[in-house]
Design a protein around this ligand. Structure first.
Ligand SMILES: Cc1ncc(COP(=O)(O)O)c(C=O)c1O
Length: 371
């Protein structure tokens, strides 16, 4: 990791004018080649048939009626689910969490931002589109580095972006995130992406989420993604929670009816199922343990420790691009080549934790690369 970071410090910190923000998913390659997608890291439990039946009964009117532009019912359901005694004006709902990253950036970024990296590329993309100077602060032992982040922020910056648990590492860095929130200048906006926190073990999740701090810190924006937590990638649904003064400023950059009626309806329905996330976390823990154990036993690759539904694999003497291409072309399996994350070299792929039979197929394919 150190080698990669020094490489990155010298080359990647220069502003890249035509920045490409790469994602996983079947459309990142020729979709006809993909039989199993391990590159998208959404909840492996999927969506229930009963829920789909409920929605299909209302599909006609959902398609022909303008949706509530303020998502009032959905906001009530979200606050109820979160158990927060806040007014709905503390919430902003987006067409996926990604929309809210860009709305946040457009509202608050003018000059400089600090990004703890490697991480999800949309923070960088949103800042670049605004012509901002970006200071990347490398992870330290895979965690956010409060000392350097606070030092960079102190020199003047509009916003700091943190992701907890982080993508692509899957690692929680809660104490560092807390330290940064507590010590940062209140005029700097703190953007904390918790899009995967609901997939962290329940006992840990409670202590790791900073969502309750929004009433204390007026500069703290917490991002959540129902896309990730409830497997709604095609539906697109996310929200952020923060002080209403920030929401009001962001509202000036929102487009009316940004969240369609089907998404609002499905969002309310998934939140009713109280056991869904608990079952998801159980599945993820069991399958992640299975995958890590089997990878260590049967392959030359080294899985890294993770707190969520995806993890990095060190691909040893091969390159991540070679491994991705081999699996795709020979087995129809798509994994995430991490070389496109700012700050990472060719040493890692990222795989999602899926259902057992699918995970076993991935292990089998990776073991066949031994020879
Ligand atoms: C850390 C993180 N935040 C946000 C998102 C975007 O979520 P959504 O699909 O809801 O836009 C992603 C998607 O990969 C992500 O990895």
């Amino acid at each position: 990791m150190m080698d990669e970071i020094s490489y990155w410090m010298t080359s990647m910190m220069k502003n890249k004018p035509n920045y490409d923000c790469f994602h996983g998913g079947i459309y990142s390659v020729n979709p006809a080649l993909v039989q199993l997608d391990f590159s998208s890291n959404v909840n492996p439990l999927g969506i229930s048939k009963d829920l789909l039946n409920d929605v299909s009964r209302e599909l006609g009117s959902l398609c022909t009626t303008y949706p509530d532009p303020s998502c009032r019912e959905l906001k009530k359901s979200i606050l109820d689910y979160l158990g927060l005694e806040l007014d709905p004006k503390w919430l902003l709902v987006g067409n996926g969490a990604t929309e809210l990253i860009h709305i946040f950036a457009r509202t608050f970024i003018r000059g400089k931002v600090v990004i703890s990296a490697p991480t999800f590329c949309e923070y960088e993309l949103s800042a670049r589109r605004l012509g901002a100077t970006i200071k990347f602060v490398p992870l330290k032992n895979w965690e956010h580095d409060p000392e350097i982040i606070l030092k960079e922020a102190k020199e003047g910056c509009d916003a700091v972006f943190l992701c907890n648990p982080n993508n692509p590492t899957g690692v929680l860095s809660t104490e560092s995130a807390r330290k940064i929130i507590e010590n940062i200048d209140p005029h700097t906006q703190m953007f904390l992406d918790e899009c995967f926190i609901e997939l962290v073990e329940e006992s840990d999740k409670k202590n790791n989420s900073m969502i309750e701090l929004v009433s204390e810190y007026k500069n703290l924006v917490i991002l959540r993604s129902m896309t990730k937590s409830f497997s709604l990638a095609g539906i697109r649904l996310g929200y952020c929670v923060c002080n209403p003064n920030l929401i009001n400023l962001m509202l000036d950059n929102m487009i009316s009816w940004n969240v369609n009626g089907v998404a609002q309806k499905i969002g309310m329905l998934v939140l009713k199922d109280k056991s869904y996330l608990e079952n998801s976390r159980r599945l993820i823990r069991r399958e992640r343990n299975f995958m890590v154990k089997e990878l260590k036993k049967k392959t030359k690759f080294s899985p890294m420790s993770s707190d969520v539904n995806y993890f990095l694999i060190d691909v040893s003497d091969q390159s991540s691009t070679e491994v991705r291409n081999y699996l795709l072309n020979n087995r129809g399996i798509l994994v995430r080549d991490c070389s496109t994350f700012t700050g990472m070299g060719l040493k890692h792929i990222r795989v999602a934790v899926k259902k057992h039979i699918e995970n076993a197929i991935l292990i089998d394919a990776l073991s066949s690369m031994e020879s």
